[in-house]
Write a protein that binds this ligand. Sequence first.
Ligand SMILES: Nc1ncnc2c1ncn2[C@@H]1O[C@H](COP(=O)(O)OP(=O)(O)OP(=O)(O)O)[C@@H](O)[C@H]1O
Ligand SMILES: [Mg+2]
Ligand SMILES: [Zn+2]
Length: 266
Amino acid sequence: MAHRSAKWKQGSLMKVSSEVCPVCGGTGWKFAGEERRVSRCDCRLKQKGEALLAAARIPKRYEHCELSNFSFEGPHSHLTRARMDVCKFVEEYPLENTGLLLIGSIGVGKTHLAVGIIKELILSKGIACLFYDYRELLKQIQNSYNDSVKATELEVLRPVFETEVLVLDELGAVKPTEWVWDTVSLILNTRYNDNRTTIITTNYPDDPAKEASGTSEFSRAQRAVRGETLGDRIGERMRSRLHEMCRIIKMEGADFRQTIKSASFR
Ligand SMILES: Nc1ncnc2c1ncn2[C@@H]1O[C@H](COP(=O)(O)OP(=O)(O)OP(=O)(O)O)[C@@H](O)[C@H]1O
Ligand SMILES: [Mg+2]
Ligand SMILES: [Zn+2]
């Protein structure tokens, strides 16, 4: 019995010693520089980063996305400018906290960059960030009206309102209805009024709602031919609000998924 408890003691001591940070001795504070000023130990920043990353809701599919593995040279040189703008944003944040609107065609790397940004903000600056797919968010809000679902609308929306940086991926991807417009206005206006940063991606061109917004057969056909715009999908007022909240980053080029596929066949 005595033997067993001694063994247990040894085991637990070993466990503790492997967890205690050698720099700060577990206090979270370290002395640095000539004057031996006290500052936060890196182990705490690392712990905080890991917790923030786990809370950011980055989908599995995009977990690999980082600024450091975003190609922007050679065949991808059309993305150099976008990447540069994004890195500048990360560097200057939070002194400069205007959001970003990443606009571009399918598969050009918008979500990759958006995820890369928040990962960097989380890990190097300890900033709370949240990723939401626009469709998923609207679906969760709509679900909250269902009596059998526990979460209330406010419970879904609170983190979306309050997170310091929000990524809203694929803005406009839900067919617009009055409710969709009201909900997107509520989200964007709340974040705008609280001076919070929002990073948005969209496939829709940043053009006004088409004049042909009537419901006649002719105007509908016209809209289909010319393709829908961001104005059509979220309403002109919200598009104009976005221009106040965000800097626009245009990304054009081939679908990265196709490029990779065709390269592997060569
Ligand atoms: N420049 C790049 N360097 C490295 N990987 C990239 C690059 N661009 C895209 N990818 C990869 O290609 C895939 C598609 O990119 P992503 O999902 O970011 O495109 P998207 O513009 O958001 O597309 P969609 O319009 O369909 O949402 C991802 O796996 C992403 O990691
Ligand atoms: Mg995307
Ligand atoms: Zn430490």
